[in-house]
Design a protein around this ligand. Structure first.
Ligand SMILES: [Zn+2]
Ligand SMILES: [Zn+2]
Length: 292
């Protein structure tokens, strides 16, 4: 058994981090439901009732298991999930593959039955849904358990939210209110899953000017960052475009984000870095569609 105090720390830290990365409010709490007693990271939908879910954390020394369970009266969550996944099976299968390649072992239960293949979910009718993600702990100590817990939470949140089409409303207001330059924030910049996966990869420092809000504002600024979508979706005309959070998105501070959008098409972050006279760094992945 791991001690309760560090489990609480791990759950609180994961909730805080996932909130920052997705732009949606997650909270940690102690929970005792249906045979599970421990810590959870929960999302309570504020706009629409019935879309809340809990991530139940089982934090061991060798692995962390995170199970997404809709909160009570979350029939709407299961229905919304089923409808979205049926409408866009490719998006779901793509997300499963992404989460698995990041190292999570995923088991999906629909009506308490284990689904055996990736493609199985889209056509099923089901009334209950659980998504279990297990991530092995690399190394020892609380740091290792914290990393595994965060990775398992990210996996479960990615899979759950990718079926819910939630948007991080905070980010929209943030960009439109009081902004002198109006920025066209597209849906990829507001997509909580894409945002989370981008920040999980690049961190929350501005890619163009290296600003970290945590360095400047301390706790108040911790994790604060915009996410910019580098791709002109019109260049994908004819094909279905699926956002790749690492290839297509990049974290930028609001100033750099505004500056990039003062040109049409927007500047590349590397061009802005040159304007800022900062040393070149490892280039971002190529987004050109010509070579494809
Ligand atoms: Zn910047
Ligand atoms: Zn942008």
């Amino acid at each position: 058994m791991t001690d309760v105090v560090s489990d609480e720390e791990i759950a609180s830290e994961a909730a805080r981090q996932i909130s920052l990365e997705t732009g949606l409010p997650f909270h940690a709490a102690k929970v005792s439901v249906d045979g599970f007693a421990g810590w959870r990271v929960g999302y309570q939908a504020q706009v629409e009732e019935g879309l809340g879910f809990d991530l139940l954390l089982a934090i061991g020394f060798r692995s962390v298991e995170v199970t997404m369970r809709p909160t009570r009266f979350s029939g709407p969550l299961v229905r919304a999930f089923a409808a979205n996944v049926a409408a866009d099976p490719r998006g779901w299968i793509d997300q499963l593959a992404r989460v698995r390649s990041a190292g999570a072992t995923v088991t999906v239960y629909a009506d308490h039955e284990v689904l055996s293949s990736n493609a199985e979910l889209p056509d099923l009718e089901y009334r209950t849904l659980e998504i279990e993600c297990v991530v092995r702990t690399v190394g020892r100590g609380i740091e290792a358990r914290r990393d595994a817990a965060l990775a398992a939470c990210r996996a479960a949140v990615s899979l759950t939210l990718s079926g819910l089409e939630l948007q991080a409303t905070e980010m929209i207001e943030d960009l439109s209110e009081g902004a002198v330059v109006r920025v066209d924030v597209n849906k990829y910049e507001r997509n909580p899953v894409a945002r989370m996966q981008c920040i999980a990869h690049y961190g929350s420092r501005c890619w163009a000017c290296d600003l970290s809000f945590a360095d400047t504002y301390g706790d108040l600024g911790a994790g604060y960052i915009h996410v910019h979508h580098r791709v002109l979706v019109s260049s994908y005309e004819g094909e279905t475009y699926v956002v790749d959070p690492i290839r297509d998105l990049v974290p930028l501070c609001p100033n750099c984000h505004m500056m990039i959008h003062r040109r049409r098409p927007p500047l590349e972050p590397s061009e802005l870095r040159r304007i800022l006279d900062l040393p070149e760094k490892q280039p971002l992945p190529s987004i050109s569609t010509e070579s494809a």
